[in-house]
Design a protein around this ligand. Structure first.
Ligand code: PSU
Ligand code: MN
Length: 305
């Protein structure tokens, strides 16, 4: 069978010209941020990628077709819709078979990026091992995806809603390189320093590009997780965000929130409990990641040619 794959006009043109492309996910738009900040951020992030010399490709499933790049009106409509599925590896094919509309998580966006021949993907935060996972077994499919799909993912580090040491352990077991850009400490999304040392460090974009290409040359499947610290001016200290995260997790437990509803529930509660500060920082770090991802996509493209 042939998959229904649709490229936006801009992505089609970039492919024809051999220009660098950066994939962007859509779950952050539909389930990660409230309207209208979600659509504003999505457009801004696309502009940041373009300013960095690459073409953005926001990925989503619309009526059973995988879209690689959304036209501006498609993006706006998706951001306003309320009945959009959150698609990961497990439900991607099923949603396509049902001609459904769905936003792609990190895992599903990586699958689509690989299909489209895109090497680099920028987002805010990835899923990981949740706190309490020894009871709930809640470990995001994003980690498995990083183990098998050859895409470099630029994120701001695992979020404090996760169990950071366990997330690092699982990534190590799966053979996923976790490379922090420009510092020794692993960043923790809203904060620059998680208190943990990053397994790996790179100080130049060229090193990141070489690491990506060398893994392919070695025949190692899977991608790289590049952890990019939030800019200093935008960070929320751990002492401030920590208690808010703890409260949100306690509420999720008390309300019996499960499975794929956990992450969106926590993000929404943290937004409310922080009076919007979590969202402001989230927007800043996604833009920062898009900038680095554009540089990386260009460096990989240059090194290849
Ligand atoms: N973390 C964020 N914002 C997000 C997500 C994670 O800070 O929007 C989304 C991403 O799409 C990620 C998904 O892939 O949540 C992980 O969900 P789960 O934990 O259910 O696998
Ligand atoms: Mn989960």
């Amino acid at each position: 069978m042939t998959l229904k794959l649709a490229f936006s006009n801009a992505v089609e043109a970039a492919k024809a010209d051999g220009r660098a492309i950066v994939a962007l996910e859509s779950t952050i738009i539909t389930h990660g941020m409230p309207y209208p900040q979600n659509v504003e951020t999505a457009h801004t992030v696309e502009t940041v990628v373009r300013d960095g010399g690459a073409e953005p490709a926001t990925i989503a499933v619309l009526g059973g077709t995988i879209h690689i790049g959304l036209e501006p009106d498609q993006l706006t409509k998706l951001a306003q819709a309320s009945d959009v599925r959150k698609l990961s590896r497990a439900d991607f094919a099923h949603a396509l078979a049902q001609q459904a509309t769905g936003a792609t998580t990190v895992a599903a966006t990586m699958i689509a990026a690989r299909l489209a021949g895109i090497d680099v993907f920028a987002t805010g935060g990835i899923g990981g091992v949740h706190q309490g996972a020894s009871d709930t077994f809640d470990i995001s499919a994003d980690l498995q995806e990083l183990a098998q799909t050859p895409v470099s993912v630029v994120a701001a580090g695992p979020k404090a809603i996760l169990d950071l040491p366990k997330t690092l352990e699982v990534l190590e077991t799966y053979g996923v390189p976790v490379i922090t850009y420009g510092q020794d400490a692993l960043p923790a999304f809203w904060s620059r320093d998680s208190g943990l040392t990053s397994p790996l460090r790179a100080d130049t974009v060229e090193e990141l590009a070489q690491a990506h290409l060398t893994r392919t040359a070695l025949g190692i499947p899977g991608g790289q997780l590049i952890t990019n610290p939030i800019p200093q001016a935008d960070e929320i200290p751990r002492s401030v965000i920590g208690p808010i995260v703890d409260q949100a997790i306690a509420e999720a437990d008390a309300q019996g929130i499960e499975a794929k509803d956990v992450t969106p529930f926590l993000l929404q509660r943290i937004f409310e409990l922080s009076s919007g500060a979590s969202l402001t920082a989230n927007i800043a770090l996604v833009k920062n990641n898009a900038k680095l991802a554009a540089q990386l996509a260009v460096a990989i493209q240059t090194a290849r040619t």
